[in-house]
Design a protein around this ligand. Structure first.
Ligand SMILES: [Zn+2]
Ligand SMILES: [Zn+2]
Length: 346
């Protein structure tokens, strides 16, 4: 099969012909119909992820059709249209049996712990636990855009952030994660303040539900601006970018007993960013992480998509071919264009 391969961290990936994958006993092989481009792929390529062994095929936001299933798979067969969350639980460890597959002790992550979906085919382990059936009307590109950023934002806003109607929510960074979070939080009835450095992204944020926006490139004190707009501070705030400044601002702009959810990755030189600990204590703030979402939680999200309350298709950005993926991947370290770029031609 054709695949995007890198042999050394930080050196340009190339298109190569590699052997087709075989399914594990509890896994499937999926013909990839769409796969999203994500900043996490860039982190992996840069060598920030210890799970990766070389040579490696990246790609973790995928949708496609099952072409083969291992002997122990009972729920899936060839021809099924599916997607997967980027963290797949083993289904057997303590975390999985308590319903927390997103932090499984033996997690399977395509594009990190195994070869990913920047290829014609991808093998997915633990298929019965993690595959999600696609509604007939959902396009593969939309389904692929859910796997990482949209589901992580759904969990961050709904399950971790526990956002309720009428609350103020601040979203720092309007890339794929941030825009997803803005759409989801406003569908939940919250009032969303979006923060970004570019007017173009803020305009899009307003279109999909933000009631107020702050351009951080022209606002001297973002925290003060959020507090003014929200009449004292956000109830819930999220760093959707993953940067010491946005993370610090997101915690600092909370009102008393507010909840900060960190979704943007903090790796490499940012792994030990500072936090305003005295404020966390005095205001009794909650600091939470959010890491993917369990496959069984897709049902609620899919129903909100089916009824039109969530429109992830609006967040699908540029569609490109696999041949264009190496260059696009190397560019993900900078700021993305609007929405989620997806490979749809293989
Ligand atoms: Zn597990
Ligand atoms: Zn991702």
């Amino acid at each position: 099969m054709k695949a995007v391969v890198f042999e050394k961290f930080g050196e340009p990936p190339t298109i190569q012909s590699v052997p087709d994958p075989n399914p594990a006993a509890d896994g499937v092989v999926i013909k990839v119909e769409a796969t999203g481009l994500c900043r996490s792929d860039w982190h992996g390529w840069m060598g920030h992820d210890d799970d990766i062994t070389l040579p490696h095929v990246p790609g973790h936001e995928l949708a496609g059709v099952v072409v083969a299933a291992g002997g122990r798979v009972t729920r899936w067969r060839a021809g099924d249209r599916v997607t997967v969350p980027f963290v797949g639980g083993c289904g057997h460890c303590f975390e999985c049996t308590s319903g927390n597959h997103q932090v499984c002790e033996h997690q399977f992550q395509p594009g990190f712990t195994a070869w990913g979906s920047f290829a014609e085919y991808v093998a997915i382990d633990f298929a019965d636990t993690n595959l999600v059936r696609l509604p007939d009307e959902m396009e593969f590109a939309t389904a692929a855009s859910l796997g990482c950023r949209f589901v992580t934002s759904f969990r961050a806003i709904v399950d971790q952030g526990r956002v309720t109607p009428g609350e103020w929510v601040a979203v720092h960074g309007c890339g794929g994660v941030g825009l997803s979070a803005i759409m989801i939080a406003s569908a939940m009835g919250a009032n969303v303040v979006a923060i970004d450095l570019t007017e173009e992204k803020l305009e899009f944020a307003r279109k999909i539900g933000a009631v107020a926006t702050i351009n951080a490139s022209t606002t001297p004190n973002v925290v003060k601006a959020v507090k003014q707009i929200t009449n004292g501070g956000a109830h819930m705030s999220m760093d959707a970018l993953g940067h010491p400044t946005t993370s610090f601002n997101s915690i600092s702009n909370l009102r008393r007993r507010g909840r900060h959810v960190q979704v943007g990755l903090m790796l490499g030189e940012h792994a030990k960013a500072s936090v305003p600990m005295s404020k966390i204590i005095a205001f009794e703030l909650e600091i939470l992480g959010s890491h993917g979402m369990q496959a069984f939680r897709y049902q609620a999200m899919m129903e909100m998509i089916r009824t039109g309350k969530l429109k992830p298709e609006l967040l699908v950005g540029k569609k490109i071919s696999l041949d264009e993926a190496p260059v696009a991947l190397m560019a993900m370290g900078g700021f993305e264009g609007i929405g989620i770029g997806v490979v749809t031609k293989f």
